[in-house]
Design a binder for this molecule. Structure first.
Ligand code: NAD
Length: 459
């Protein structure tokens, strides 16, 4: 590990990653790999998570291709130094901000979108001119292996490397000095990453998870809302960081919503989701066992059936879940959707505001005053009205959490900035000497007068 990281650092120091042409070539290389190896990658995603080819295209391969195209189209503009104005007191002078690469970046990815979450941060890191070490998740071994064998064929090995492995390998990597660490996963490991980074004063981006709520009121078209919630929840079998974790609403609204959610599940996955190739699988048996423990926390409206050997758990809606049920104590990260009754809007807002700040918050309401209250009175990585999950496809929206759901953000230009240092550059001619007669001692009354005038503090 030390040798590999030293090699990447040497690659960066050699200057090879800095030219925009090199960055574009690497991005084009990733794009070519995604196109050439489409079938291999789809098969790997199917093996690890039972992902359907269409879902793999939408949420992994296609997403990455759009991200690359957006990055390549805007890279020259993002990378250009930007002039800023200089205060009168300092003139004549010129100031600009120059984005420069940080150095060698470590990307640690999770298993749930194993391709997208390994490569999307890497795209930003490469675009910003960094050397990159990518550590895919060992819990998605087929994708991890595909990345480790394919990427070196398309990318410059002097500055981009893939390291496969689990906790021991990641621990070894974390002992090395990086210039930025980008971690996606859970908060427990996020703390380990932050502590390891602190030893070297390495900045981190932590893309974490948590419970993203959905609030529904009676002003919306409930069947349409039910369909969007069911889609967002059961996509990738509920193993999506921005999936609606649970639904809040008043009792009457939830009573109407419950059968509509069941109908939506039927529309999406038919009467036998176990036989439907569009429906995924739980990543491991251990995760499935954890999820099965939640099924008693409410009344099953639909789903509940499981097949351990097949890592299958049906899309499940649980009604009548109490606020202090076990399922409400941690991120579910699986296909179980609890419906939790609140008294009214204020109760719902308080429920969310009292808990950890979520990665996403979804509000289904046509009432502008209700939307305004959610916007003003709660904090979350993102807030979306009537449109769960989709905000992450808008490249101009920063994607990231706040508080327990993460720190820092990326996507589009925000990725470029995350992996750049914005260097401040000031240039002032030695002549005329405007400093001696003003801010340098010996101070005279005249100088004091000038300083006060320049600072706008006339007596
Ligand atoms: P995971 O188990 O694959 O772990 C993520 C990475 O951490 C892996 O590469 C793994 O090797 C490494 N790791 C695990 N234990 C470690 C340790 N002790 N020391 C060092 N490295 C270690 O994935 P996960 O954490 O189960 O992923 C699911 C979580 O990620 C959920 O909480 C989800 O919400 C969150 N998530 C967040 C986002 C986001 O963009 N904010 C996206 C996807 C997932």
């Amino acid at each position: 590990m030390p040798a590999l990281v030293a090699e990447m650092r040497a690659g960066f120091r050699s200057g090879l990653t800095r030219p925009l042409a090199w960055r574009r070539e690497q991005l084009a290389g990733i794009r070519r790999m995604l196109v050439d190896a489409e079938e291999t990658l789809e098969a790997a995603l199917a093996a690890d998570l039972g992902k359907s080819p269409v879902e793999s295209q939408v949420a992994e391969i296609g997403f990455l291709i759009s991200e690359i195209d957006h990055t390549v189209a805007n890279l020259a503009r993002w990378a250009k130094p930007r002039r800023v104005s200089v205060p009168l007191a300092l003139q004549p002078a010129a100031a600009r901000v120059r984005p420069e690469p940080l150095g060698t970046v470590l990307v640690i990815a999770p298993w749930n979108y194993p391709l997208m979450l390994s490569l999307s941060p890497a795209i930003g890191a490469i675009a910003a001119g960094n050397a990159v070490v990518i550590k895919p998740s060992e819990l998605a071994p087929a994708v991890s292996h595909a990345l480790a064998t394919l990427l070196p064929l398309y990318l410059d090995r002097r500055a981009i490397a893939v390291v496969e492995g689990a906790v021991p390998e990641t621990t070894e990597l974390l002992a090395e000095r990086f210039d930025h660490i980008f971690y996606t996963g859970n908060g427990r490991v996020g703390r380990i990453v932050a502590a390891a980074a602190a030893k070297h004063l390495t900045p981190v981006t932590l893309e974490l998870g948590g419970k993203s709520p959905a609030y529904v009121d009676a002003t919306v078209d409930l069947p349409a809302a039910a369909k969007r919630i069911a889609w967002a929840k059961f996509l990738n079998c509920g193993q999506t960081c921005v999936a609606p974790d649970y639904v809040l609403g008043d009792r009457a609204t939830l009573d109407r919503l419950a059968p509509l959610l069941a109908a939506a599940v039927h529309d999406l996955y038919g009467s036998q989701p176990a036989r439907n190739p569009d429906y995924g699988r739980i990543v491991t048996e251990a995760h499935l066992d954890r999820l099965l423990g939640y099924l008693g926390d409410g009344t099953i409206v639909t789903g509940g059936d499981a097949d351990r050997a097949d890592r299958f758990l049906a899309p499940t809606v649980l009604a009548g879940v109490s606020r202090d049920a076990a399922i409400m104590s941690e991120e579910i990260f699986g296909p179980i959707l609890p419906l939790v009754a609140v008294e009214d809007l204020s109760d719902a807002i308080a429920f969310v505001a009292e808990r950890d700040k979520p990665l996403s918050l979804y509000v289904f309401s046509e009432d502008a005053a209700v939307r305004r209250r959610w916007e003003a009175e709660t904090s979350s990585g993102a807030l979306a009205f009537n449109a769960p999950v989709l905000h992450l496809t808008v490249p101009e929206l920063p994607f990231g959490g706040v508080g327990e759901s993460g720190t820092g953000s990326y996507h589009g230009e925000r990725s470029f900035l995350t992996f750049s240092h914005e260097k401040a550059i000031l240039s002032k001619p030695l002549s005329p000497d405007t400093l001696g007669p003003t801010i340098m001692p010996p101070f005279t009354e005249r100088k004091e007068g000038i300083v006060r005038r320049l600072l706008g503090k006339l007596r």
